[in-house]
Design a protein around this ligand. Structure first.
Ligand SMILES: CC(C)(COP(=O)(O)OP(=O)(O)OC[C@H]1O[C@@H](n2cnc3c(N)ncnc32)[C@H](O)[C@@H]1OP(=O)(O)O)[C@@H](O)C(=O)NCCC(=O)NCCS
Length: 152
């Protein structure tokens, strides 16, 4: 990754303010600060991308079962999209959780979210079912999963 961007672990609530700035620019219906604070405490595996000392992307993940981890929120600031940063951040989280025993990663994504769906499919996530009205009435989610193929 280009040296001006750095991935670090999110280890302090003080980062939430900057995370919320990216969140608000990224989603039509962003998390409230209350929901993001809850996610902060619920998700032990949280990483962000820093540029010039400022957060420009983040991913929050929790452990769902012995080997499965779930992505709760993931975004890159609109100014820095399509530079490969989302892919780098996702790969970083996968690598770090693999060290803890993760072999499967799951998420929900809105059925109309072409950018995210393309990224996940490129990253070998596979589409499972659909959850109708997951986000709100008429806004559905696909379930995506990626499984680690054991290498011998
Ligand atoms: C989804 C998101 C995190 C992708 O971040 P990113 O840094 O732009 O992603 P990358 O640059 O790593 O893109 C990887 C691939 O995804 C695909 N992709 C990314 N943006 C795309 C777009 N707008 N349309 C179609 N495909 C897109 C491309 O295939 C791209 O590879 P390429 O640039 O070599 O063609 C970003 O668009 C985002 O923050 N969106 C709003 C929040 C969101 O939807 N989060 C996911 C919720 S489930």
């Amino acid at each position: 990754m280009n040296e001006e961007f750095k991935i670090i672990e999110i280890s302090d609530e003080k980062y939430l303010e900057e995370i919320m700035e990216v969140e608000n620019r990224s989603f039509e219906m962003p998390y409230s600060i209350k929901a993001m604070t809850k996610a902060y405490h619920f998700c032990p595996w949280k990483y962000c991308i820093i540029k010039d000392g400022k957060i420009i992307g983040y991913i929050f993940t929790f452990k769902e079962s012995r080997i499965a981890y779930h992505i709760v929120t993931f975004a890159i600031d609109p100014k820095y999209r399509k530079l490969g940063l989302g892919t780098k951040l996702l790969d970083h989280m996968i690598e770090k959780t693999m060290e803890k025993g993760a072999r499967e990663w799951r998420l929900e994504v809105e059925t109309t979210n072409e950018a995210a769906i393309t990224l996940y499919e490129k990253e070998k996530f596979e589409r499972g079912g659909t959850i109708p009205n997951y986000y709100s009435t008429g806004r559905h989610a696909y379930i995506y999963k990626k499984k680690m193929i054991k290498e011998n």
